[in-house]
Design a protein around this ligand. Structure first.
Ligand code: UD1
Length: 418
């Protein structure tokens, strides 16, 4: 079992290159199922979830070459419509293959997904869209089994709740078809627009008609394309917190300023200063942080994927802070572990009340989900003594070379295989 060991207290210096976005790359990989010709993707983060999606696509009829952070994806003659449990169980994004499989092959059998243990995370909205579009869906032995019934030529679909994944499923299913689909109340996370831009580069006809509305006119064919995955805004936000919590000035490279405005705004309210030193580089000036009251909401609000990291910072911020988690119902699993390190946090339903303490102390802790794991790393960077983080496979699902990047900046961090 691999563990991360951190000796807290080291200052960070220098710069960190932000990798490509995992959450943008996953639906884009699923979208390659719609394309017969060669697709080349650049700036692909080589993290476990991406490698799982690569294996899933290979099982469905793609051949994929990985050269550093570039993926070359070609089609094999033999196609498959069966996404096995083994390949989908660790990663919720596995469900994203259902939309393209149905668009291409008119049938799909996809395991119900796994992923982080942060709530019930159903797929009812994905399936509701597909059934309104004209597919029949049944849940049989843990699989969604879907097939074409009578497809609608025109559909206006209103999402009952904003969902990133369900928006992506609807887009993935609609662009290669003989139909016109209007999607209302869509998720407008930058990753959704990276998927749209990728599909447009392959010849899709997708128009944004108002803030949360898309019009997709199906086309007969999508062609091969070459595309650069957007930078990971959550990774950037995570290293912002690493800089602030360790009171170190570091520079982040390969960022897209517009995507991280929401995170910067919250941290500025918390007294932190930032300077863009180029179009894609940001310097962080970690003044004394002030307490914050925030709520996680869909983009452009503060992201749920940054909640745990912000909480680590607030445990050491003098005064009382409050975080309301409004996206996932069970996303405070890290609280118990932070408490073991000396944090003062009280949970009331979906609210966490945090009272800043002078210092945290190193402890042996357990990573429970992707972002919860990284919040323990952040806490470990400043905790007194040694922090040992178990179950780090969660971290490997979503952060490219986290330990290497922090080490290069001076953190006393290592991975051991014990
Ligand atoms: C994506 C991100 C994840 C992020 C989340 C919210 C990927 C691979 N993952 O997850 O990192 O935390 O967006 O920004 O991109 N819901 C339903 N029924 C559905 C679908 C969703 O009730 O069919 C609920 C979920 O349980 C949750 C909320 O809707 O409470 C939002 O989930 P959603 O936006 O779909 O998240 P994911 O796409 O799973």
């Amino acid at each position: 079992m691999k563990k991360i060991i951190i000796k807290g207290g080291a200052k960070l210096h220098g710069s960190i290159n932000i990798s490509g976005s995992k959450n943008a790359c996953l639906p884009i990989l699923a979208a390659t199922l719609l394309i017969e010709e060669k697709v080349t993707l650049h700036n692909v983060p080589l993290v476990r979830d991406i490698l799982t999606m690569v294996s899933l696509l290979e099982s469905l009829g793609k051949s994929i070459k990985i050269k550093k952070n570039i993926l070359e994806i070609k089609s094999q003659k033999k196609k498959n419509f069966f996404a096995k449990y083994d390949l989908v169980k660790t990663m919720r994004a596995g469900i994203l293959v259902i939309g393209p499989l149905l668009a291409k092959l008119n049938k799909a059998k996809v395991s119900l997904p796994g992923g982080c243990a942060i709530g019930a995370r159903p797929v009812d909205i994905h399936l509701d869209f597909l059934s309104k579009k004209g597919y029949q869906n049944k849940i049989i032995n843990g699989y969604v089994v879907s097939k074409k019934k009578k497809l609608r030529k025109q559909l206006s679909y209103l999402f009952k709740k904003i969902s990133v994944g369900a928006t992506e499923t609807a887009i993935l299913n609609s662009c290669l078809s003989n139909s016109e689909v209007r999607l209302k109340n869509i998720a407008i996370e930058p990753e959704v627009f990276d998927l749209i831009n990728f599909l447009i580069s392959a010849g899709a006809n997708i128009k944004s008609t108002s803030k949360r509305t898309l019009l997709i006119k199906g086309v007969n064919n999508l062609q091969g394309t070459e595309y650069n995955i957007m930078p990971d805004r959550i990774e950037a936000g995570t290293y912002m917190i690493a800089s602030i919590i360790t009171k170190s000035k570091i520079i982040l490279n390969n960022i897209f300023p517009d995507h991280i405005k929401n995170i910067i705004k919250v941290l500025k309210n918390g007294g932190i200063k930032f300077k863009f030193i180029s179009d894609s580089s940001l310097k962080i000036f970690p003044n004394k942080p002030k307490p914050l009251k925030i709520k996680t909401v869909p983009y452009p609000g503060f992201p749920t994927d940054m909640q745990a990291q912000l909480m680590s910072l607030l445990t050491l911020t003098k005064g009382s802070s409050e975080i309301t988690e409004d996206i996932f119902e069970n996303r405070f699993l890290h609280v118990l572990e932070l408490q073991r390190m000396g944090a003062t946090i009280e949970i009331q339903n979906n609210k966490a009340k945090i009272t800043g303490v002078e210092s945290l102390s190193g402890a042996e802790v357990m990573a429970t989900d992707l972002r919860a794991s990284v919040c323990l790393v952040l806490a470990g960077l400043v905790a007194k003594g040694e922090t040992v983080i178990n179950r780090i496979y969660h971290l490997e699902r979503g952060y490219e070379n986290l330990v290497g990047k922090l080490k290069k900046c001076g953190a006393k961090i290592k991975i051991i295989d014990a």
